[in-house]
Design a protein around this ligand. Sequence first.
Ligand code: SME
Length: 163
Amino acid sequence: MAEHLIIEGASKAEKYQTLLPQAHALIQGETDLVAALANLSAALATTFDWLWTGFYLVKNEQLVLGPFQGPIACTRIPHGRGVCGSAWAQNRTLLVDDVDAFPGHIACSSSARSEIVVPIRDAAGKVVAVLDVDSDQLASFDQTDADYLERIVAPLAALLPAG
Ligand code: SME
């Protein structure tokens, strides 16, 4: 496994373009889900200047905190609650330009201003986890983030039991 990521390019899309194959190599090089998520959160957090980058895993009808980089965070999120629970319930990526304008947003950090949450699905299409990224700036995330983050997490399905 490479010791360092090689991230090139000035634009966000260029950074994602160089990160994408390296993120997939991290996933393909490991069969344990938590180990892969841990390295993926580190890879994303060291590439971008985000406030919080991490994963919540569906366990017993709740989202439970998984590997992450950033300040300590809420450990459990009910189905349909907050941005994470809504992305899970709606089975789609949610982009939130201003978290204060999102009904039910769960403020793990008072510094959070915008957020993106990407569902992670097993091979059967069921949501089994979410990737959550927070920024301390308004409107940090757009369709470029959604497209690349969805592509980055897609191979995780291979590490999950279909259910
Ligand atoms: N803000 C999220 C909760 C998780 S923390 O941001 C890490 C939400 O509303 O679901």
